[in-house]
Write a protein that binds this ligand. Structure first.
Ligand code: ATP
Length: 312
């Protein structure tokens, strides 16, 4: 790894965020009173039922969407538009890579808009591709690569910004199981080697527990934080050994039952860590009424991973 990123040193703070799409009779309140904090260098996954508003939240975190209530900040700096401090990776690499551009140019191109000179753009692109294990494919086109490799290119493009915060929305959902495991381990390695803060939105509970220092569970109607759970599995993770730990099973069961509404947010488990700003009112807002947002756990076809799908 040749690239090193200075840690930003400021937390990402989500303070009582609310988001309502539309207005009047067609208003749809998706998020209400949602608060959380991600400290520099943390790896945090946000999990919740399908349709709960995870992508909406991530778009608010990235500055792509202005919340209708509350605020998002890096330290004291409001995030009201996309910032150089925050890079984003979306799920659909097919839609985000430009097929007519070589891989190297796909990674380098966005840096042009940041005023980075050509020689440095190409150097950063090569470094970033090396960081994701694709140092020798810069001359190829995206469509000449596998799905997993294309998503690595999307990650390389994000880290080429050298942003201290990396946000990823269901980043590994479009690839097969083996590629997914490899990408998960890549994300862990990048966090460690680049010393960045990583926030991943996923509906895959096993993935969240495997990757995270903390799992933030969001649920309810409207959606809020129902748990902020420290993942005490140690800094080193291994796809086989970590997932076989009894503690791993305990943590995934807890998250699953919270998403399914089986654990009342008003009665958290003893080791629950309340999110900043999530007082009793926020918890009440996050309570999933019986029968609502009831998730249907679905087996990941190639593994025993628990995924959650439900209609909003
Ligand atoms: N631009 C928009 N305008 C109106 N409603 C929207 C818009 N974007 C999302 N929604 C609605 O907000 C709700 C939350 O959507 P969102 O995509 O954020 O959820 P999600 O948890 O990411 O879902 P999934 O897990 O299925 O990807 C849904 O009911 C969706 O229809």
């Amino acid at each position: 790894m040749t690239q090193q990123i200075a840690r930003h040193g400021q937390p990402l703070v989500v303070d009582e965020v609310g988001m309502t799409y539309g207005s009047g009779e067609s208003a749809h309140e998706v998020l209400r009173g949602l608060s959380l904090r991600v400290d520099p260098g943390e790896f945090v996954c946000i999990v919740g039922p399908s349709g709960a508003g995870k992508t909406t939240l991530l778009r608010c975190l990235s500055g792509l969407l202005r919340p209708t209530a509350g605020s998002v900040r890096i330290g004291e700096q409001p995030v009201t538009q996309p910032l150089a401090e925050i890079a984003v990776v979306f799920q659909d690499y097919r839609g985000s890579l430009m097929p007519w551009m070589r891989v190297r140019d796909n990674v380098a191109f966005p840096l042009e808009g940041m005023g980075v000179k050509k020689a440095e753009r190409l150097e950063r692109a090569q470094q970033s591709l090396e960081a994701v294990g694709l140092g020798d494919v810069g001359h190829k086109y995206p469509w000449q690569l596998s799905g997993g490799m294309q998503q690595r290119v999307a990650i390389a493009r994000a880290i080429a910004y050298r942003s201290p915060i990396l946000l990823m929305d269901e980043p590994f959902g479009s690839v097969d199981a083996q590629a997914r495991f490899d990408l998960e381990d890549l994300a862990l390695r990048l966090r460690r080697e680049l010393d960045i803060t990583v926030v991943v939105v996923t509906h895959d509970i096993d993935e969240a527990v495997y990757l995270s220092d903390r799992v933030v569970v969001v649920a309810g109607t409207p959606t809020s934080v129902v748990d902020d759970l420290t993942i005490d599995l140690g800094p080193e993770r291994d796809q086989i050994a970590t997932r076989a730990l009894p503690r791993f099973a305990e943590l995934r069961s807890r998250v699953l039952s919270e998403i399914r509404g089986e654990r009342s947010p008003g009665h958290p488990a003893p080791d629950a860590r309340p999110a900043p700003g999530t007082g009793p009112s926020a918890s009440a807002a996050g309570a999933a009424p019986e029968g609502e947002r009831r998730a249907e756990p679905r087996e990941r076809s190639e593994s025993t991973a628990e995924t959650v799908h439900t209609s909003a």
